[in-house]
Design a protein. Structure first.
Length: 364
């Protein structure tokens, strides 16, 4: 979720720890030990000084640091990176599912069979739910998750994401219920079109929450639009792949292939625009990720696949091409989101770079 998703849960009044006054005594009158009277800032400075002293002492015996200390640092850094993984998966899975539902709603409006649109809706619902679970994993504890839910009206980045998740899931359930139990064509049409709008909006808000003034590489509308484009491409390929194997109406599938091609063009425009916003230096620093992840997997192959789908006959090969386009488009979307974190939170990789260049650093 967005950067403001690290929410402090409300205090647990019943189980709250005893408070202290300026004299260093708890509210039960007992004096606190000296180490509990030190502030967090003081402890940070103490740890910093101890770390510097330990580093100086171990300069002559680096094998001790490598054997006994480095594993703890590696675990710490990996735990930090694990925070990012659920956020990347959440935005891509939820965005892809929402946009696949959007394609299903459009196809329903064009007269596609109920069986195809219903199956796509079920798959899209699963993707959105799995994405929501990834988002809850980022919040780490049930208390934080509960706090996020109870603060919906704050309309923070995470609140808007949760609201849109609820709206999209509700519309998916209502759409499926209308198809299976009600059979009212007008209600199904309205729910499908509302679902199309909300699905695209969900893809947008998963990126919009990262517009933070303190992070210039994130603070541009090009980023959420690139999020939307990559999610729309993956969701479009997902729908077309299922439609190709499910024997959907060829005329409708063909029309949706052209819409998919438009989504690819939209994604290309704003992905490239965001890369230009990053600047040539940052792109060069992450050249492999940009070239093979974003450009090749996220743009070049999806363009070729979308063009091929728009002109080739709808048969078994059609479904294979659509599936291949889905895999590469999904990989490209993941690459764009990973790059966002790399350029926005580069401190995660500072220690790895320092380790790789340790000899050069020590010789300065």
């Amino acid at each position: 979720m967005a950067d403001d998703s690290i929410i402090s849960a409300p205090a647990d009044i019943d189980g709250a720890a005893p408070t202290t006054d300026d004299s260093g005594r708890s509210n039960d009158g007992k004096p606190k030990p000296w180490f509990k009277r030190l502030s967090l800032t003081t402890w940070i400075f103490i740890a910093l000084i101890l770390g510097v002293l330990a580093g100086l002492a171990l300069q002559g015996a680096p094998e001790i640091a490598d054997t006994y200390i480095k594993p703890f640092g590696t675990i710490f850094l990996n735990l930090i990176k694990m925070i990012v993984v659920p956020l990347v998966l959440f935005s891509m899975l939820a965005g892809c599912g929402g946009c696949a539902f959007a394609f299903a709603g459009i196809a329903n409006a064009m007269g596609e069979s109920i069986s195809v649109t219903l199956f796509v809706t079920i798959v899209a619902f699963v993707l959105v739910v799995v994405g929501a679970i990834c988002s809850m994993m980022h919040l780490a504890t049930p208390k934080h998750a509960f706090a996020a839910v109870t603060h919906l009206l704050s309309f923070s980045g995470i609140s808007v994401e949760l609201i849109m998740l609820g709206v999209v899931c509700a519309l998916m359930i209502l759409f499926a219920g209308s198809v299976v139990f009600v059979g009212n064509a007008t209600a199904t049409l309205v729910l499908g079109l509302l679902g199309a709008l909300s699905g695209v909006a969900l893809a947008f808000v998963t990126g919009h929450g990262y517009l933070i003034s303190s992070k210039p590489t994130w603070n541009t509308k090009k980023l959420p639009l690139a999020y939307t484009g990559t999610a729309a491409v993956a969701g479009g390929f997902l729908y077309v792949a299922i439609a190709g194997f499910a024997g959907a109406d060829p005329a409708i599938v063909r029309a949706l292939c052209w819409i998919l091609l438009g989504c690819v063009a939209f994604s290309a425009v704003f992905s490239v625009a965001w890369l230009r916003h990053l600047g040539a230096d940052r792109v060069r620093q992450n050249l492999a990720l940009c070239r093979w992840g974003i450009v090749v997997c996220g743009l070049v192959i999806p363009v070729a696949a979308a063009v091929a789908l728009a002109i080739m006959p709808i048969n078994a090969l059609f479904g294979v091409v659509a599936g291949f386009g889905l895999v590469t488009a999904f990989a490209g979307g993941i690459a764009l989101r990973v790059l966002m974190w790399v350029v926005g939170a580069g401190f995660l990789f500072f220690f790895e770079e320092a380790q790789a260049n340790r000899s050069a650093i020590l010789n300065v």
